[in-house]
Design a protein. Structure first.
Length: 278
């Protein structure tokens, strides 16, 4: 009989869930906007993942929550930090990962892992939304484009427009200024990505980055972003395929839930053995 575990990543912008079988197959996943009701977001996304996996909640042996709203996820059995969950997920997908860059909607994190895959050091961006997905999303919105158009738009760029900062709050005035000077939206978007990548690489340097590099987070689903990071680093970067790039922390949480369940099972078996010997 298959044993399932689940990982729920309640992020500041999106909430993701992964259901994992005991042979490490992803059998279900879900994605919803987080909103203000964090526990409700966790329940909704878990329901989505259950439906896709075609299993019931009672079939899930262990649930780990992670992310911004991990403490508000009532259905969890355990919670883990997003740094730990992301490291576990990144190492599972790319076993030689030593440096992880995670660009989320409101945060950006760089982590340096040791040889065992544990977080050795990390750095976060400052508290505002500078250098995060929100900056790119707002830049696109001010020019009349949706988030999903960021990648295709930047791909048509002919030159890079220099963007002085990566503050989501001041992005509007920066964009208006560039447009008034006749800059093309595609070039402005590419400039915004370049500015964001500069900030990302600075953060990675602060954790004494070493290859292999693995990039995760929703904004990395746009190939242009990963391409610019790779050019800036002058080294190959790992990026999970398709939208899996958004689910790495949820995957890591599901893997950690699996590990925790195995430990509890071993402890239970040992206790039962000792009981019989007594």
């Amino acid at each position: 009989m298959t044993t399932y575990t689940a990982g729920i990543d309640v992020g500041s912008t999106y909430t993701k869930a992964i259901i994992l079988s005991d042979d490490n197959r992803i059998v279900g996943r879900g994605l919803v906007k987080t909103g203000f009701k964090l526990n409700e977001a966790g329940e909704r996304v878990f329901g989505q993942a259950l439906d896709q996996a075609n299993v019931k909640q009672g079939d899930i042996a262990y649930i780990a929550s992670t992310g911004y709203g991990r403490f508000q996820t009532a259905i969890r059995n355990v919670n883990v930090t997003d740094l730990t969950a992301t490291a576990r997920g990144a190492r599972f997908l790319f076993p030689k990962t030593l440096t992880v860059l995670d660009v989320g909607g409101q945060t950006m994190k760089a982590s340096r892992l040791d040889d065992a895959g544990k977080v050795k050091s990390f750095r976060l961006n400052d508290k505002c939304a500078a250098g995060t997905g929100a900056f790119l999303e707002k830049t696109a919105r001010y020019m009349g484009f949706d988030t999903e158009e960021i990648g295709p738009l930047a791909a048509t760029s002919k030159t890079i427009v220099s963007i002085s900062g990566v503050c989501a709050v001041f992005a509007e005035s920066e964009v208006i200024n560039c447009l008034s000077q006749g800059s093309a939206p595609a070039d402005i978007m590419q400039g915004a990505i370049a500015a964001l990548v500069d900030r990302s690489v600075q953060l990675m340097k602060r954790v004494q980055m070493e290859p292999e590099f693995t990039l995760v987070g929703g904004i990395l689903r746009f190939e242009t972003m990963a391409k610019v990071v790779q050019e800036k680093l002058g080294a190959k970067v790992n990026v999970p395929e398709g939208d899996l790039v958004q689910f790495v922390a949820a995957l890591g949480a599901a893997l950690l839930a699996q590990h925790r369940l195995r430990k509890l099972s071993e402890q239970g078996a040992q206790a039962e053995s000792e009981k019989q010997l007594a």
